[in-house]
Design a protein around this ligand. Sequence first.
Ligand SMILES: NC(=O)c1ccc[n+]([C@@H]2O[C@H](COP(=O)([O-])OP(=O)(O)OC[C@H]3O[C@@H](n4cnc5c(N)ncnc54)[C@H](O)[C@@H]3O)[C@@H](O)[C@H]2O)c1
Length: 251
Amino acid sequence: MGVFVVTGAASGIGLATARRLHRAGHVVWCLDRDAGRLGAAFPEPAGSGVRSVTVDVSDDVATRAAFEVIANESDGRLNGLVNSAGVVPMGAFDDLSVADWELAFRVNVIGSYLAIRYSTPLLRSSGGGSIVNLASMAAKLAGPYTAPYNASKAAVISLTRTAATCLAPSIRVNAVCPGVVATPAYEMIDATLLSLGAPPTLQSVARAATAPIGRPASSDEVATVIEFLLSEAAAYITGEDVNVTGGFVMH
Ligand SMILES: NC(=O)c1ccc[n+]([C@@H]2O[C@H](COP(=O)([O-])OP(=O)(O)OC[C@H]3O[C@@H](n4cnc5c(N)ncnc54)[C@H](O)[C@@H]3O)[C@@H](O)[C@H]2O)c1
């Protein structure tokens, strides 16, 4: 059985992924900045194979320290990393602040890079591994109320390609691009869109209804694709951005 790190593991897609890996018998290190939600998500007793670390992945020093703890307690073993921690600063296009742009890039891009950077020595010394970054269909579409998020997710795809090139052949790196997924993040986005006076067609269920499959995904439907990309079954796949959008985006 393997050892995996999942960032953003206290909620949504990260939580569903951590649960799938745990059910499969792996040791899962769950990283999240929200200690309260992390504790509630994994009330399992010590020794159950789930370990939690409270960390802001955009903080270089704290993220390096978290991976030092993981290295020490796992005897240097690590087989995979999932970067699911993410934020969605929102605002009308001409109202966005520098802070909105910095937050999106610090967490979504730099946070993913830091986790990749500090996991790489462990993955290499464990004989190789697989990294999955959460991008988004937003990377490939305009985002009238989420410009920094869309740009940051395009950067996550770019980061994925560079990392796949630089870390090959022992470490594979892929991105998953979900569409509308029923998670706490989307509830927050819908409420903010309403408060910004955005058209009802941008609400998550209305958007999902326009995709061929016509409904939001569950977190587990995304987690199952992540689990596949982490596995040996995906041994010849690297540098990809895999859409999980119900057909909303096909490029
Ligand atoms: N929900 C969707 O429809 C959807 C669609 C496309 C892409 N995504 C992407 O998938 C990923 C997971 O989304 P979700 O819907 O599960 O979100 P979520 O809000 O339910 O969970 C995100 C988790 O990340 C954590 N987090 C945020 N900033 C952090 C930081 N700096 N350090 C550590 N942890 C941090 C939060 O505490 C939270 O537990 C995100 O990267 C998101 O952009 C989601």
